[in-house]
Design a binder for this molecule. Structure first.
Ligand SMILES: [Zn+2]
Length: 142
């Protein structure tokens, strides 16, 4: 008779381009760098948009700091998402651009400036039916 194997709940990244460390301070974004032209991307990549090369790509650790490239304030969202919130693209220091939310400030245009310094942090955001916890990244003014 086969016995059920209990699997301990684990902490998991919400998205594949987030790598979890031993503590939340050690979490980092992972990316790809085109070995042909050096362009960095968030997450894995199969084709370089800059030099049209199919690679190869090296996996790299990306910076957790950067500048606000562009933003918009979302006032209407799906029912389970609290609005308003700030959706943004951040240009990471050293390369790579990432879609993210800016938190820790009131979502008002006067609180945001193109080029403002931001930094990443991670936190547990949800749990599945098996007790596994999921960690997501967000950015906040540096
Ligand atoms: Zn390239």
């Amino acid at each position: 008779m086969a016995e059920a194997t209990a699997v301990a709940p684990e902490l998991r990244p919400l998205v594949p381009h987030l790598t979890l460390g031993a503590t939340r301070e050690e979490d980092y974004l992972n990316g790809s760098v085109c070995k042909n032209c050096g362009t960095k991307y968030v997450g894995p990549r199969l084709f370089c948009a800059k030099c049209s090369s199919p690679g190869p790509f090296d996996t790299v650790k990306l910076a957790s700091t950067g500048e606000l490239h562009v933003f918009t304030i979302i006032h209407q969202a799906t029912p389970y998402v609290k609005a308003p919130y700030i959706a943004a693209i951040v240009d990471l220091d050293g390369g790579g651009s990432i879609n993210t939310n800016i938190v820790g400030i009131e979502p008002k245009p006067e609180n945001l400036q193109f080029g403002m310094r931001v930094k990443m942090f991670t936190e547990k955001v949800s749990e599945d039916n098996e007790g596994n916890s999921y960690v997501a990244y967000r950015f906040t003014p540096a």
